[in-house]
Design a protein around this ligand. Structure first.
Ligand SMILES: N[C@@H](CCC(=O)N[C@@H](CS)C(=O)NCC(=O)O)C(=O)O
Length: 199
């Protein structure tokens, strides 16, 4: 399998954590951002992550890739078959993905020349993140020590907020979520994938 990869993307991190938890990391060849010539050919949206399977099938986006890994690997079931559990996991995954999307939009806005930045837009993105974090705080008791698509996505999303949006101080007023994250972040799949800017 070939994975188009960026060390700073929370969506990529979600896939890499999933691959590790499913015991498939050793089968993944990483294609770094510097060598992205083929990406648009394999993913017309030109986004990472994209995965090319050993059969030559190109898969995107991150949730589709996680679903593929779930069907192939060993380890915990990432997307439950049980309908009620499945809806809970997929909805919580959507919440975490929304934090990543809004976070990315906020970060990209902040990189525009200062006179072209739209503060209303940035505040709107931060509002989404804040409300989603509050929802996760209220649901933190349900996260437990489960490893599934939702907890992996929440872990990757919180890691991204730490990485790029530290000024939000997300732990303030969210003790249950902070405690859950502290424990989850110790998993080797999390500890080994902490984002950093390229040197
Ligand atoms: N919904 C997509 C989002 C992927 C995404 O936004 N990736 C960003 C990096 S974090 C990207 O490749 N952006 C490049 C672009 O939009 O051109 C997924 O889950 O895979």
């Amino acid at each position: 399998m070939k994975l188009y990869f960026s060390q700073t993307s929370p969506f990529v991190r979600k896939v890499v954590i999933a691959a590790q938890e499913k015991g498939l990391a050793g089968e993944v060849a990483f294609v770094e951002a510097a060598d992205m010539d083929g990406l648009a050919g394999d993913n017309p949206l030109e986004k990472v992550p994209a995965l090319v399977t050993d059969d030559g099938q190109a898969l995107y986006d991150s949730m589709v890739i996680c679903d593929y890994l779930d069907s192939r690997g060993s380890g915990p079931e990432l997307i439950p078959a049980d309908p009620a559990a499945r809806s809970t996991v997929l909805c919580r995954h959507a919440l975490a993905d929304g934090i990543m999307e809004a976070g990315l939009a906020r970060v990209m806005e902040g990189r525009r020349p200062e006179d072209k930045q739209w503060s209303d837009w940035s505040e709107r993105q931060e509002g989404k993140i804040t409300r989603a974090l509050d929802r996760l705080e209220s649901e933190a008791a349900g996260l437990g020590d489960t490893v599934d698509l939702s907890t992996i996505a929440v872990g990757a999303a919180l890691g991204y907020v730490d990485f790029r949006l530290g000024h939000l101080n997300w732990r303030d007023g969210r003790p249950a979520l902070a405690a859950w994250y502290e424990a989850f972040a110790k998993r080797p799949s999390m500890a080994g994938t902490v984002p950093s800017d390229p040197a």
